[in-house]
Ligand binder design. Structure first.
Ligand SMILES: NC(=O)c1ccc[n+]([C@@H]2O[C@H](COP(=O)([O-])OP(=O)(O)OC[C@H]3O[C@@H](n4cnc5c(N)ncnc54)[C@H](O)[C@@H]3O)[C@@H](O)[C@H]2O)c1
Length: 380
């Protein structure tokens, strides 16, 4: 290791933390020096797998004794804001798992604390990473494919009842909100990254089948500053799972279909019938391919921190896309009206809590379902 080695600490050693450890260990200018988690046995087992970093019994002792350069927050969403503020106060940069917090006020507090401490605040929106995303964003923003007109943004995932047995899932207090915030965030954020900024949004929350406080399904509409109109669905009730974005522009249909990450094969660009072949040929994805994922986004952030350069835009702007989700939750509380960004001031209740009205459509007596705990590949 060189003298510029970034000492990294992971807080929370569950599922997401593995991807962070893998990326840190693969980065030439970073080392995993410390971890902490609520369950010390789990933290010790994690440490054994990932290069034997020191294990601490609290974030406070970790910050005081290990003095990390970078704190990576992999704990449940409601814990992120306070932990980030403590890390900034101790002089560390913060890389935070999605959702960055459970309210827009907290996301703004995290951004302000980073600025005040002169530290960086990165959020893991890993779906923004990868060569195809950058290419498509450039096609849309340069006007090469004409004006964007209509979009679909679908997060059709399957989470059985057993998924909600984990105590922090399914409640407003610990998760902040339901599937739109936990799962839909990836595609909604990606669509805004590709085609934003957003100008207004509406939303509706539904509980169709799961025994949760929060929504198991959300629907909504986003109006972008460009005039693009997008229909959004996020659900945990879709047996054939799919994450998808489709944007129809004046000259092309741009489609992405994947589940938890995408490479070039997941994207398709179809020209309108009257577009000359030579023009459409210029839209092809670049030959060199980097798929989306935790490693590319975390390496982009660690590269910037190691060299003192600005963070890549794939990891910044958390309050912009969190604001979009906040507008959808506020709309659900206000009978589905369109909500605009300038309404999201600090005195607006939706900026402090996403809790909103969920329309209950579950039958009173639910039938016995097959044992869904057999389902594999659950993430997010
Ligand atoms: N980017 C993605 O695709 C992705 C995928 C999965 C999870 N996540 C996010 O990662 C975060 C963690 O999710 P997960 O699935 O790994 O959860 P998990 O339950 O598997 O792990 C959470 C860990 O945090 C620990 N923990 C809880 N509260 C703590 C506290 N106050 N201090 C220290 N440790 C604490 C728990 O003991 C556990 O080890 C969530 O924000 C989740 O949304 C993101």
């Amino acid at each position: 290791m060189t003298s510029t080695t970034l000492r990294c600490a992971i807080v929370g050693t569950g599922d997401a933390a593995r991807l962070h450890a893998e990326a840190i260990l693969a980065h030439p200018a970073a080392e995993l020096s410390a971890v902490t988690s609520l369950n010390l046995d789990v933290a010790r087992a994690f440490a054994k797998t990932w290069g034997e970093p020191a294990v601490y019994d609290s974030l406070e002792s970790l910050l005081a004794e290990a003095a990390p350069d970078v704190v990576l927050l992999c704990t449940p969403p409601a814990t992120h804001a306070d932990a980030a503020l403590a890390a900034f106060a101790a002089g560390a940069h913060v890389i935070c798992e999605k959702p960055p917090a459970t309210s827009l006020v907290d996301v703004r507090r995290m951004e302000a604390a980073a600025r005040a401490a002169g530290r960086e605040f990165a959020v893991v929106f890993q779906q923004r990473s990868g060569t195809a995303t950058q290419h498509v964003q450039q096609l849309l923003r340069s006007g090469a494919v004409g004006r964007p007109l209509v979009a679909q943004c679908n997060t059709l995932w399957y989470r059985p009842d057993a998924y909600f047995d984990v105590p922090w899932r399914g409640t407003w207090a610990s998760e902040g909100a339901g599937t739109l915030l936990q799962h839909g965030i990836h595609q909604v954020d990606l669509l805004n990254y590709l085609a934003g900024p957003w100008a207004a949004a509406s939303g509706r929350l539904w509980r169709l089948a799961r025994d949760t406080e929060t929504e198991d399904t959300a629907t909504g509409t986003i109006q972008f500053a460009s005039g693009l109109i997008a229909q959004v669905t996020s659900t945990v009730l879709a047996p054939r799972q799919s994450s998808a974005i489709r944007i129809d522009t004046e000259l092309a249909t741009i489609e992405l279909e994947h589940l938890y990450g995408h490479g070039h094969a997941n994207w398709r660009i179809t020209p309108a019938p009257d577009v000359p072949e030579a023009v459409a040929a210029g839209w092809q994805l670049p030959e060199a391919e980097v798929p989306s994922g935790h490693t590319p986004i975390l390496h982009g952030v660690l590269d910037a921190l190691a060299t003192g350069s600005a963070l890549p835009d794939i990891a910044t702007g958390a309050s912009e896309s969190f604001g979009l989700l906040t507008a959808m939750y506020q709309s659900a509380q206000d009978d589905g009206r369109l909500v605009r960004p300038d309404e999201l001031t600090a005195d607006n209740a939706a900026t402090r809590s996403l809790r909103a009205e969920v329309t209950e459509l579950r039958p009173e007596v639910t039938e016995l379902r097959p044992d869904a705990s057999q389902t594999t590949e659950i993430f997010g």
